[in-house]
Design a protein around this ligand. Structure first.
Ligand code: NAD
Length: 268
């Protein structure tokens, strides 16, 4: 059976862990050649090796999404190896939580913005010209439920993810207006059980340590479906947007959040 993205070439940022790793794995299983990029070289190399061992086409490139020079090199390496780029999954991101926005340092605000927003801008700036050469493709930006509504302690994160949401719509309009067959959409996960939750307390340098966040505990209380989501459940949404199954979808947002954005349910 033909895979849903057979013969396509994909680049996944932040692909060494969590949602990015699940996306890289699913796209590879569905027939794409996948370039995984991340600052985590150990896990990135490990995942690329495992995918190759399973008979898929994959490579890992060490990559900090905030470095424009590195973006130029990464895109050139992908083009050299695979000859084209059809799918960009701009997924790398961090979360910094502080009890109050007044406790956030400017350094932390800028670091989070650099990765979550500048990194997405640079991904489009450098990948779009290569995607345009073959005339089509799909750009998927990883926003968040926090890009649709506010969350206490996460004002900076919400600002970056809200920015990603509207950036996706604006790039979608630009691509459509010049007749590109490149579609651009954003994905909005709710509470997904990935290593990001364990990193949030140590990221908060501005206001000391927060209590570690257990995504399953939080999701039980906050999510109508009463559980955290799995990275694979976000990957299947990304696959839909990456494949021709979503050929008529651009400038839209795919919310995968166990019902959180729809409202609340009384807990018995
Ligand atoms: P994760 O921590 O498991 O994965 C994030 C990856 O990004 C890591 O491999 C990390 O090394 C990489 N990364 C961090 N900084 C980078 C940089 N400067 N350059 C390149 N790579 C970098 O987290 P995750 O949950 O898989 O998060 C993936 C995306 O999903 C993020 O954008 C996050 O904001 C978003 N998201 C996650 C959740 C959730 O509940 N897990 C919810 C909504 C949105």
């Amino acid at each position: 059976m033909t895979g849903q993205v057979q013969g396509k070439v994909a680049l996944v940022t932040g692909g060494a862990s969590g949602i990015g790793a699940a996306v890289a794995e699913l796209l590879a299983r569905e027939g794409a050649s996948v370039a995984i990029t991340d600052i985590d070289e150990f896990r990135g190399e490990e995942l690329a090796a495992a995918l190759k061992q399973a008979g898929h086409t994959a490579m890992f490139l060490p990559h900090d999404v905030t470095s424009e020079d590195r973006w130029v090199e990464v895109v050139a390496q992908v083009e050299k190896r695979f000859g084209r780029l059809d799918i960009l999954v701009s997924n790398a991101g961090i979360g910094i939580s502080v009890p109050s926005i007044v406790d956030m340092t400017l350094a932390d605000w800028r670091r989070q913005t650099a990765i979550n927003l500048d990194g997405v801008f640079l991904s489009v700036k450098h990948c779009l010209p290569v995607m345009r050469k073959t005339g089509g493709g799909s750009i998927i930006m990883m926003s968040s439920l926090a890009g649709l509504r506010g969350a206490a302690g996460l004002a900076g994160y919400c600002a970056t993810k809200g920015g990603v949401r509207l950036f996706a719509k604006a790039v979608a309009m630009e691509c459509a207006s010049v007749g590109d067959r490149i579609r651009v959409n954003s994905v909005h996960p709710g509470i997904i059980d990935t290593p990001i939750w364990g990193k949030i307390p140590t990221e908060a340098t501005g206001a000391g340590q927060n209590a570690p966040i257990d995504p399953e505990e939080r999701a039980k209380l906050a999510t109508p479906l009463a559980r955290a989501g799995h990275a694979s459940e976000i990957a299947s949404g990304v696959l839909y947007l990456a494949s021709d199954a979503s050929a008529y979808a651009t400038g839209t947002e795919l919310v995968i959040d166990g019902g959180m954005n729809a409202g609340g349910v009384p807990r018995k």
